[in-house]
Design a protein around this ligand. Structure first.
Ligand SMILES: Cc1cc2nc3c(=O)[nH]c(=O)nc-3n(C[C@H](O)[C@H](O)[C@H](O)COP(=O)(O)O)c2cc1C
Length: 343
């Protein structure tokens, strides 16, 4: 432990952005990387069936600047997951992650996501198959909840982890609440079941050999620092999208690195990227939608959002207009200091 209460060992998982459908596409990940050089990035969940049968470059392509970047898979068939993991390895992902935490109906119908917490033997078989299909140096990891429906006690959770660990998974990202599959929407399932951070700390104490990352409800670097005194890392979901520039403050706190870029510099670098992506035929709205929250919490945030929305409504926007808007924004200072260490 360092003086700041941060674990010394294994820093690769200390800070990550959670996989989020409709959010953490390759464009948002590129933006996030401009804000934090160290944060570990995760794709949206991609089903193993889509990878095996679908348009791989479209599903799996990413920019080399995104590293370290993990591919999150959804699925429950060991052979298909193994095939998808091998393809992900060929694409150069730094980690293959299996989703055992997502509660949506669509995911339940496919018998994967959070309902897999009912089937530790199957999850272990999936992990073993994925593990065997990729190089030994490539981590195969599992993102899970604390439980599902009535399968909700600490011993069940620990046994689930133990069985999956025995199959070759040494890294667990734990969304620290259960999922109620019958009755709650995915959104409610991210808010209503209470957070039980203690279960995650307890798991780390019981299995110090495992890398345990905590997820759920983390919105400040002060909270993050408290968590990493107990576990190996924090994974930030909604807050990373809602206030992306806070990522710089988290990084400064968790890694001690300075974050020298101003928002205007980040916008300029992102617009360079967006220009290249537009030339490849990517729709402008897909690229620019991730910029809306860039000034969140800063003076002029509303003006920024409204101007951006107006430009987009007008049709194709000259990217130089957005750069000029950023130059006119009041907060030209580095992004790290302003919002770090808020309780
Ligand atoms: C819009 C949205 C989409 C999500 N998509 C996924 C997903 O594809 N895979 C997954 O494992 N979790 C998904 N999640 C859950 C997040 O990864 C995370 O576990 C959850 O939001 C709790 O973390 P937070 O409180 O920091 O947001 C999603 C969450 C949101 C808000």
């Amino acid at each position: 432990m360092t003086a700041s209460g941060v674990h010394d060992g294994g820093t690769a998982y200390r800070f990550s952005i959670a996989p989020m459908m409709q959010r953490t596409d390759r464009h948002f990940r590129y933006l996030a990387r401009l804000i934090s050089r160290r944060v570990r990035l995760y794709t949206e969940m991609v089903t193993s069936a889509a990878i095996v049968h679908g348009h791989r470059d479209h599903l799996l392509g990413y920019a080399s600047a995104e590293h370290p970047v993990a591919l999150q898979l959804g699925g429950s068939d060991p052979a298909e997951l193994a095939a998808a993991a091998a393809i992900g390895a060929d694409y150069g992902y730094d980690e293959i992650n299996l989703n055992c935490g997502c509660p949506s109906d669509r995911v339940q119908a496919g018998a994967f996501g959070a309902c897999l917490m009912r089937e530790p033997v199957r999850v272990a078989a999936c992990v073993a198959a994925m593990r065997a299909a990729v190089p030994a140096t490539l981590p195969v990891t599992v993102k899970t909840r604390l439980g599902v429906d009535d399968l909700y006690d600490y011993d069940y959770f620990r046994d689930f982890v133990e069985q999956v660990a025995a199959a070759g998974c040494t890294v667990f990202q734990v969304h620290a609440r259960k999922a109620w599959l019958a009755g709650l929407s995915p959104k409610e399932n991210r808010e209503i079941p209470p957070l039980e951070y203690d279960w995650v700390y307890r798991l780390k104490r019981a299995r110090p050999d495992l890398t345990v990352v905590i997820n759920g409800g983390i919105t400040s670097s002060t909270q993050a620092a408290r968590h990493v005194a107990q576990v190996d890392g924090v994974m930030i979901g909604r807050h990373a999208y809602a206030v992306p520039c806070d990522l710089a403050g988290f990084e400064a706190c968790l890694y001690g690195t300075p974050a020298p870029l101003s928002r205007a510099t980040i916008v300029a670098a992102y617009l360079d990227y967006a220009g290249r992506e537009l030339a490849r035929g990517v729709a402008q709205r897909l690229l620019l939608r991730h910029l809306f929250n860039l000034y969140q919490g800063q003076p002029g945030a509303r003006h920024w959002r409204r101007s951006l929305a107006r430009y987009l409504d007008e049709g194709a926007v000259e990217l130089t207009r957005i750069a000029a808007l950023a130059e006119r924004m009041p907060s030209g200072a580095g992004v790290a200091g302003a919002t770090a260490h808020t309780g």
